[in-house]
Design a protein around this ligand. Structure first.
Ligand SMILES: NC(=O)c1ccc[n+]([C@@H]2O[C@H](COP(=O)([O-])OP(=O)(O)OC[C@H]3O[C@@H](n4cnc5c(N)ncnc54)[C@H](OP(=O)(O)O)[C@@H]3O)[C@@H](O)[C@H]2O)c1
Length: 305
């Protein structure tokens, strides 16, 4: 099974050790949802490589605890910023008052699989707001701090999607659905599909600006999120789940590996490019991609510059 720990270990045999033999001193990384699971493992790995890491966490107490732990375990330069990605006002506040003046790595990791339809204070369904709309507003708000001249290594945006998106074809109508039965797993998979397409759309628009955008999926990692959202799945698979660090491996690789600095618009799994629509009927039409680009700007009240 490629998604579990045996898959990771098999795939890891072809990883090149020199890919992450890298010094990130002087680089600034933002990691959302960094107090738990894959985000915390990502923040830890980037701090160990020398990056200055901003942990973007919605809950201050949980954030403080993780910050103290990672400072102790890495000895690195880490900061905490309170940020609920599902709230546009919080994103704007962060951009105005807290965000660092330079950003080299932006990891969109924060996420949750919900059991009921809930709305953000902007009136957006929470899965959509957290995984897509808030991160888009954050990315656009940080563009000036991420652009690099062509003689410098580009800044990198990394989207943590999910293999769950494989079963879904992009539907902007479904993303905007506000009524009717709610199935958290399919809503999550729809939004994770949209993240992958949005990363590709951003990559197209960022050509020549010294910023790359890539999406990945981590396989199945044993994290607090999986345990609470999918308890049965967790119980049945916990012996074979990847560790959070194994789930984070491709995130860190996309954020840090010098060899792939210029690559953009890809979808990655275990450090290899993966097909985005291997299942029949899951490839979206170009009109649907254009609709997504339009919709995400409307939902986020953010115009692409
Ligand atoms: N684990 C897997 O097998 C797996 C597989 C596929 C994809 N993923 C993706 O990997 C990412 C990390 O998940 P995980 O498994 O590590 O779960 P996790 O342990 O629950 O971590 C999720 C993190 O996101 C944060 N978060 C949730 N909503 C947020 C919001 N509105 N604003 C800011 N932060 C928010 C959580 O904060 P709190 O602690 O405050 O809740 C937590 O820090 C997610 O995007 C998930 O969809 C995971």
């Amino acid at each position: 099974m490629p998604f579990d720990q045996t898959g990771f270990r098999r795939h890891a045999r072809r990883f090149l050790p020199e890919d992450l033999d890298v010094d990130l001193h002087g680089r600034v990384a933002l990691v959302s949802g960094a107090n738990s699971g894959i985000g915390k493992a990502t923040a830890e790995a980037l701090a160990r490589l020398g990056a200055e890491v901003w942990m973007l966490c919605r809950d201050r107490q949980r954030g403080e605890r993780a910050l103290a732990e990672l400072r102790a375990s890495t000895g690195g330069r880490l900061h905490l910023a309170g940020l609920d990605l599902s709230e546009l006002a919080a994103v704007r506040r962060f951009l105005v008052s807290e965000a660092p003046p330079r950003v080299d790595i932006l990891v969109h990791n924060a996420g949750a699989l919900l059991d009921a339809r809930r709305f953000s204070s902007d009136g957006l369904e929470l899965t959509l707001a957290t995984h897509l709309v808030g991160p888009f507003a954050l990315t656009v708000g940080l563009l000036d701090r991420m652009r690099r001249p062509t003689d410098q290594p580009p800044a990198r945006v990394v989207w943590v999607s999910s293999g769950g998106m494989y079963t879904r074809r992009l539907s902007v109508e479904r993303l905007g659905q506000r009524e009717g039965p709610f199935d958290g797993v399919t809503v999550y998979a729809d939004v994770k599909r949209a993240q992958v397409v949005l990363s590709e759309l951003l990559a197209e628009r960022l050509v020549g600006q010294g910023i790359t955008s890539n999406a990945m999926h981590p396989g199945w990692a044993g994290t607090p999120g999986v345990q609470s959202a999918l308890p049965l799945f967790h119980t049945l698979t916990r012996r074979v789940l990847r560790s959070p660090a194994e789930g984070a491996d491709t995130v860190v690789w996309l954020a840090a590996c010098p060899r792939i600095a210029g690559l953009s618009g890809g979808f990655w799994f275990d450090r290899q490019e993966a097909a985005t629509a291997p299942l029949p009927g899951t490839r979206e039409r170009p009109e649907e991609r254009a609709r997504l680009w339009q919709a995400v700007q409307e939902w986020s009240e953010t115009r692409w510059p």
